[in-house]
Design a protein around this ligand. Structure first.
Ligand SMILES: [Zn+2]
Length: 253
């Protein structure tokens, strides 16, 4: 199979004056994560760093501007931290294995095995999770996730200050042990990573914990949230958050 080569690997979609969604349209939906760029008066933040198939740092100036952002990793899965090694500041929760190598593949069944999916689910994944290449000669089978050393550990209760905006770090385990959300209380907005998004949630991977996930869903139901910018799929409102969280609690025991 010969895949097309595309010039622009990433797309950037402004949400408002401060927030831009960056994503990778040629990645299979299973691995197509949302990266959120938040412009502040004192500091810019990038929430997650894509798959690392193409350099995100290199195209960031044309996507969102010249200033180097602080990278916050919501968790250590490959589709969220692939380009993390390209950034100077890399912040993550200490329970996430961002420094552990060999946790990625672009080939469906091997990836499923690496993530700890059930054998039948792994076998059913597509053979290749890209529908284009970032450059001629790119070899998807040689993809490796580059581990990083965090430059700051983010924990429950920490505050990430951007100047005109402050984000509260929420430790929200369940999908992974050190998953975090960034909660902008003043704007009633949650940057959720893979804690909650509007699709099938994954709670049976290596490092997942359904009991913790249930606690996390109960906690989300108690927060004042109007907008969720999630790690996958479209953003949604507080009513949809409640539906997803309550649906999870009703079906997972
Ligand atoms: Zn994930």
């Amino acid at each position: 199979m010969t895949l097309p080569v595309v010039d622009r690997w990433f797309t950037a979609t402004p949400v408002d004056e401060a927030i831009t969604l960056i994503t990778e349209p040629h990645v299979h939906p299973l691995l197509r994560a949302n990266c959120w760029h938040i412009r502040g008066t004192e500091r810019d933040l990038l929430v997650d760093a894509g798959l690392g198939v193409a350099s995100l740092r290199a195209v960031l100036p044309e996507l969102v501007g010249e200033r180097e952002p602080v990278l916050v990793l919501t968790h250590a899965h490959l589709d969220h931290m692939g380009s993390a090694h390209e950034f100077t500041e890399r912040w993550a929760h200490p329970a996430e294995p961002v420094g552990v190598a060999s946790r990625g593949s672009l080939l469906g069944p091997p990836l499923g095995r690496l993530l700890g999916m059930h054998p039948a689910e792994s076998a059913a994944l597509p053979p290749l999770l890209l529908d284009a290449l970032p450059e001629a000669g790119y070899r998807p089978e040689e993809y490796r996730l580059r581990p990083v050393r965090p430059t700051r550990e983010l924990r429950e209760g920490d505050l990430v200050e951007l100047g005109d905006r402050a984000l509260h770090v929420l430790h929200l385990p369940g999908h992974s042990p050190g998953s975090i959300g960034l909660y902008d209380r003043a704007n009633r907005t949650l940057f959720a990573g893979d804690v909650i998004y509007d699709e099938q949630l994954l709670d049976q991977l290596d490092g997942s914990d359904i009991g913790q996930y249930r606690d996390t869903m109960r906690r989300l139901l108690g927060l004042e949230i109007d907008t969720v910018h999630a790690g996958h799929e479209a953003s949604f409102d507080g009513a949809r958050l409640a539906e997803i969280a309550e649906g999870y609690l009703a079906t997972r025991r």
